[in-house]
Write a protein that binds this ligand. Structure first.
Ligand SMILES: *Cc1c(COP(=O)(O)O)cnc(C)c1O
Length: 417
């Protein structure tokens, strides 16, 4: 524990002040809020109270930061990708290496935080939703480490597409519960997890996977991920002697984006860019770009931008990357966009696939397909900038889980299948 005590070198990297907090009802401007079944209002308020109490407690942070250092492997490096920068032309590209965390993606920052809250609240069981299985794996990992019972809700269709992660969760001791309602994908898994929580909240903590959902989840998830941007800010000041000109992250629900971007929010000269999945192209309607193409509405307990069809039904989204395939988006990103603090960008399936190969060949780093969307847009932005300028791109995860998709895309598995 000693090295992570508040006041130690490691802990001193992190600022624990909560800035740009939502109002008491969880609103970021007109977005956010807490639209939930009457029976969930009480447990949500209990989590909110437990969070604020824990956040003010040095012992909570000592344990959280100790786990982030020794279990997760923080701080993750900020890597100056010189070969990529030179090949790409334009600004210097720095990669924030969340792919090097335990379990291979940023999601563990959040599940450690919520897992500690669950234990503090003396809950014996945790539940979570998962789409691609990444949040399910990160939750099952923490549940195993804390010795908690763990049930993961997952659309049956996603289970078929992501079998290795399903098996990984089982190996970790979690039960994966198939969801057949709706389109049997992520949004249905969230609904099912919420439904279960109504009946079980006495002994169960719902570990929500992204910076969305009813208040206090968007705030909680953001706070647990700000380690990403706080480290990146300190690292770039040390390595380059100045702040970046642009910071870029991909957006599914918005957790890695809020994690990287939030700590740069008050640095007016730093452009903040969110990259959505354009799927087959924004004009085709087959994409997951809720901020670019959505309308304001209520999804999973908060007011945000979401993709609906003409009848007001939540639309079926498409992205080659399962982790970005979500019809909503975190309410704070919707707010930052309307406020003019966030710049929007998008990358198609093809562009993400090309960016994945470019980084792999130029730097020997195989990124997740989600992160490849940020890379595609970030590299394009860098091309229009000077060589002495800096772009930080969040490499939210590693690509191992996507190899089957990539090899199929390249036509390398046709003979084998
Ligand atoms: C889940 C995931 C995402 C998308 O989720 P956010 O909450 O928007 O960050 C992005 N990258 C990776 C590697 C993921 O696993």
């Amino acid at each position: 524990m000693s090295s992570s005590r508040p006041g130690s070198d490691f802990a001193s990297m992190y600022d624990l002040e909560i800035t740009h907090a939502p109002d008491a009802g969880g609103h970021f401007g007109r977005f956010g809020g807490r639209f939930a079944a009457e029976t969930l209002m009480q447990p949500l308020k209990e989590i909110e109270a437990a969070f604020f109490e824990a956040w003010a407690d040095d012992a909570f942070h000592a344990e959280r930061l100790d786990l982030l250092e020794h279990y997760v492997g923080r701080a993750t490096p900020l890597y100056h990708a010189e070969r990529l920068s030179n090949q790409n032309g334009g600004a210097q590209i720095y990669l924030k290496r969340e792919d090097l965390t335990h379990t291979g993606a940023h999601k563990i920052n959040n599940t450690i935080g919520q897992g500690l809250l669950a234990r503090r609240m003396e809950k014996k069981r945790v539940i979570a939703e998962t789409g691609a299985g990444q949040h399910g794996v990160a939750t099952a990992t923490v549940a195993a480490m804390f010795g908690m019972k763990c049930d993961i809700y997952m659309g049956r269709e996603d289970m078929a597409r992501q079998m290795p992660n399903v098996l990984r969760m089982r190996l970790l001791g979690a039960k994966v519960i198939p969801v057949d309602s709706g389109t049997a994908t992520l949004k249905d898994a969230v609904n099912e997890a919420l439904r279960n929580w109504v009946a079980t909240c006495e002994d169960t903590f719902y570990i929500f996977g992204t910076a969305a959902g009813p208040h206090p989840y968007p705030l909680l998830v953001r706070q647990f991920h700000t380690v990403i941007g706080q480290e990146a800010r300190a690292q770039i000041l040390k390595q380059a002697g100045r702040l970046p000109d642009v910071a870029v992250a991909c957006v599914g629900g918005g957790s890695n984006a809020m994690g990287l971007l939030h700590p740069f929010r008050d640095d007016a000269a730093v452009k903040l860019v969110a990259v959505e999945a354009a799927g087959y192209g924004l004009k085709t309607g087959k994409h997951a770009a809720s901020l670019a193409a959505g309308k304001a509405g209520i999804l999973h307990g908060n007011l945000t931008y979401l993709l609906e069809d003409d009848e007001g039904q939540v639309q079926r989204t498409h992205s080659i990357s399962a982790g970005l395939d979500y019809p909503g988006v975190g309410p704070e990103l919707a707010f930052m966009l309307e406020e003019g603090r966030l710049q929007l960008d998008a990358a198609t399936d093809e562009e993400a696939m090309a960016a994945l190969q470019l980084l792999t060949r130029s730097e020997g780093i195989i990124p997740a397909l989600e992160s490849s969307h940020a890379l595609a847009a970030g590299a394009r932005i860098a091309q229009s900038m000077r060589q002495d300028q800096i772009v930080i791109i969040n490499l939210s995860g590693r690509g191992d889980k996507d190899m089957d998709t990539v090899f199929r895309h390249l036509g390398w598995l046709e003979d084998a299948s």
